[in-house]
Design a protein around this ligand. Structure first.
Ligand code: IPE
Ligand code: IPE
Ligand code: MG
Length: 242
């Protein structure tokens, strides 16, 4: 596992890292516990990940916390997850302030319970002026839905005559995504060994390097982030060139 100084000496630190935080349920099950206990442990792993990113100068960290497909889960688990989100925000706002972290969100937030939206608005407002890491929580997020929302807006603009469809290019399209204010992630990490994208940032990770770690998310330590960035630094990024 590379140290912070080795990573910094190498020089190429991703500006934006995206993480599919997977394996909370299995982590709890391995211990004979209910799944929500795994989600609770996962909240502490978020802090490890944020700290590790900050120590090497990552600017943006997008965390997949709840997908559009996760609404299919039993009501009890969804309720527990939403409660945990609120608890995380209430408990960790002071930590975010202390660490100069700015909170942002992507996803169809209107689908979240009123209490979650209120707490999110509050934490986003409190941390708005922070200039350190930007932590972007993907909540009720689905990449296909994001792309469809962009297409809908673009169609409406074309219909209203404010957009000439022949001028539509990748840059303009990107400016209609939830992620318009952030650069594309250069590195995508998924924990728990699953080799799939599960509807996460499909447009934005076109050229991201993918690192799948076998560890379950609640076990994620600073060292795991450094390991993933170390792997990223070993990659030859060609972008279709030679
Ligand atoms: C990831 O862990 C957290 C969410 C999807 C909210 P899981 O809950 O998917 O855990 P596993 O994959 O079932 O172990
Ligand atoms: C992806 O994990 C979503 C989040 C981590 C929030 P899932 O556990 O929902 O994905 P699948 O079902 O294994 O594809
Ligand atoms: Mg999972």
């Amino acid at each position: 596992m590379p140290s912070v100084s080795e990573l910094l000496t190498h020089g190429s630190i991703p500006r934006h890292i995206a993480v599919i935080m997977d394996g909370n349920g299995r982590w709890a099950k391995q211990r004979g516990w209910m799944r929500p206990r795994g989600h609770r442990a996962g909240a502490d792993a978020v802090v490890n990940c944020v700290e590790a990113c900050q120590s090497i100068g990552v600017e943006f960290l997008t965390l997949y916390a709840f997908s559009t497909e996760n609404w299919k889960r039993p009501a009890m688990e969804i309720e527990a997850l939403m409660k945990l989100l609120n608890q995380f925000l209430v408990e960790k706002t002071a930590t975010l302030m202390e660490k100069n972290v700015r909170l942002q969100t992507i996803g169809r937030l209107c689908q979240l319970p009123e209490a979650s939206r209120r707490q999110l608005d509050e934490t986003i407002a409190t941390t708005r002026q922070n200039t350190g890491l930007t932590m972007i929580l993907a909540l009720s997020y689905g990449s296909r839905e994001e792309i469809l929302d962009a297409v809908q807006t673009l169609c409406q603009e074309a219909k209203a005559g404010t957009l000439d469809p022949t001028t539509l290019d990748a840059a303009l399209f990107s400016r209609h995504l939830y992620t318009k204010d952030y650069p594309d992630p250069e590195l995508l990490i998924r924990t728990s060994g699953e080799m799939r994208l599960s509807n996460f940032l499909l447009w934005q990770i076109s050229y991201a390097e993918l690192v799948v770690l076998p560890k379950l998310w609640p076990d994620f330590l600073h060292a795991d982030l450094f390991e993933a960035v170390g792997q990223f630094q070993q990659r030859q990024r060609r972008f279709g060139g030679i």
